[in-house]
Design a protein around this ligand. Structure first.
Ligand SMILES: Nc1ncnc2c1ncn2[C@@H]1O[C@H](COP(=O)(O)OP(=O)(O)OP(=O)(O)O)[C@@H](O)[C@H]1O
Ligand SMILES: [Mg+2]
Length: 511
């Protein structure tokens, strides 16, 4: 007897079709799984055997061979349990074989025959849909996630027995439906942290606005308690709302990572990830034996916040250089490579010196040597990718007490949206979307300066001893400042504002 069950597996954030072929023939009792299974798939044998027995079926005492096709890709994880069990039940006649080919089946079994949720159901169901399968049987806890795929009939099951009963009586379970539009609209109701809570720190807020508008990576420098973390956390509130496609993409990544809350609905707000500085390079970029998306992929379409930047391990920071450029990360493994998207905005924060109070002669006793060592922990190439560096001074009492009501995130977001619209229009024939992505050649084309502006930049360049790197960054950021001002030419006023942020060059060794 031979049975074939459709299922899907994961490669990066995409699913691929897997056919589970089960053959039961006479011979000495044996249970073999072939088709490049990893150890979790091999263990599936024990779970399937026990779950079938504990669900009241008799496990066949014959020679059972399971093939996971295509046989040249390694199969990982426990999601093959349910398709294998379904195939065996089909072979022994416990479920009808006529209709089972209409379904995509996935799920992990527990020994009592219960069905446990698995990671990556959304991309798997997506793939099944693309392969023309219209119905799927998934663990009940993954039903919400699976139902995000339009046009797929999702049948949630809690146990092996329930699945067998359903296959005999297809009307015993109703397809699980979610109102996609309604879930997506919920995003307007989610309250994000608001810029209105931040008193003073006008420079910092303005830098956040410029960063959001031009998608520039940003470094905040300031003493402890000046509000760096507070500002960074508010970034998602001034970025544009997610589109539906972006939402699905983020949800897929979180699904593969097994991080969907309650294994449920769509992620409809921009991610804000702030990993601790002890994080390893592979946790940041993704990896592991069964590679999972790292923090930079979980921050896709959102913000990655690295607080206390110099405390991060140097190699962890270095591995981010390529993904920052490519907006995706490629993980090489023994049998192939995986690519996860990682289009995120980087915000970093640091203290100016080991104690944090540089410039305050009463509190700071750091030696020049210590300060240099601390600031040098961040490599030049990484700094290269941070377009804006802003100092956030310690707040005075009156900043907190007498501050006028601050502007809301909504008002800032309006300006950001308009500036982004200008960029989308300008770069419609280029492969880029934002000013931060301008190449050196494009900078010459799109950031043309008049004589007055050139003179101002030249004077600053010589006086502040700026590097070529700084020069290009100033032009890119000035382009964004001009866009926020709805001005096509970059004027002296815009250059002057950007130069004001470069004052850090003299105070710190960073440039
Ligand atoms: N500008 C501000 N307006 C209102 N409250 C503020 C401001 N700055 C700081 N605070 C208060 O101080 C607390 C600490 O701020 P925050 O954690 O952002 O500081 P930080 O600069 O990240 O410090 P550290 O370097 O220690 O991480 C905030 O939770 C908030 O209560
Ligand atoms: Mg902080």
């Amino acid at each position: 007897m031979l049975a074939k069950i459709n299922t899907c597996a994961l490669l990066g954030i995409d699913g691929y079709e897997v056919n589970v072929e089960i053959d039961i023939s006479s011979g000495l009792p044996a249970f073999d799984i072939v088709g490049l299974p990893d150890s979790a798939v091999k263990e599936s044998k024990e779970r399937v055997r026990t779950a079938i027995k504990n669900s009241g079926f008799s496990f066949p005492v014959h020679r059972i061979t399971v093939n996971l096709a295509p046989a040249d890709i390694r199969k990982e994880g426990p999601a093959f349990d349910l398709p294998i069990a379904a195939g065996i039940l089909c072979c022994i006649g416990a479920v009808p074989s006529a209709t089972i080919a209409d379904y995509m089946i996935t799920g992990e079994l527990s020994l009592d025959g219960g069905i446990r949720p698995v990671s990556g159901v959304l991309p798997m169901v997506y793939k099944a849909m693309q392969c023309g399968i219209k119905k799927c049987i998934v663990p009940a806890q993954n039903a919400q996630e699976a139902a995000l795929v339009k046009g797929m009939e999702v049948y949630p099951v809690h146990s092996l027995q329930e699945m067998a009963h359903f296959l005999h009586n297809p009307h015993s379970i109703l397809p699980f439906v979610v109102d996609l539009e309604e879930i997506f609209r919920q995003k307007d109701k989610t309250t994000l942290l608001d810029f209105a809570d931040v008193k003073g720190q006008e420079n910092g807020k303005r830098a956040m606005e410029i960063s959001a508008a031009g998608s520039h990576n940003l470094l905040l420098i300031g003493p402890p308690g000046s509000g760096k973390t507070m500002l960074a956390k508010r970034m998602p509130s001034i970025l544009p709302h997610l589109t539906f496609e972006e939402s699905i993409e983020i949800t897929k990544i979180h699904s593969v990572a097994g991080l969907l809350k309650d294994k449920s609905s769509l992620i409809n707000t921009r991610p804000f990830r702030s990993p601790h500085h002890t994080i390893s390079a592979s946790a940041l970029t993704g990896g592991g034996r069964i590679p999972k998306p790292g923090e930079i992929s979980l921050a896709h379409h959102g913000v990655l916040f690295l607080d206390e930047l110099p405390e991060f391990q140097r190699n962890a920071l270095e591995v981010m250089r390529q993904p920052l450029e490519d907006r995706s990360v490629t993980i090489s493994r023994v049998n192939g490579t995986l690519t996860y998207p990682s289009n995120f905005m980087l915000i970093a924060a640091m203290n100016p010196c080991p104690c944090g109070y540089l410039g305050d002669s009463e509190r700071c006793h750091c030696t020049m040597n210590e300060i240099t060592k601390y600031q040098n922990k961040i490599s030049g190439p990484l700094l290269d990718r941070l377009d804006l560096m802003v100092e956030m001074p310690a707040l005075k009492y009156h900043d907190l007490e007498d501050a006028p009501p601050a502007e809301s995130s909504q008002a800032i977001r309006e300006r950001v949206l308009q500036a982004q619209q200008i960029q989308l229009e300008r770069y419609k024939n280029e492969p880029i979307f934002f000013n931060s992505q301008l190449s050196t050649a494009q900078i010459e084309q799109y950031c043309v300066l008049g004589t007055k502006e050139k003179a101002l930049l030249k004077a600053a360049f010589e006086k502040m001893n700026l590097s070529a790197r700084a020069y290009h960054k100033i032009l890119k950021v000035a382009r964004t400042v001009a866009d926020l001002d709805h001005s096509e030419p970059i004027s002296a006023k815009h250059i002057a504002e950007v130069l004001q942020y470069r004052s850090l060059d003299r105070k710190y060794i960073l440039s």
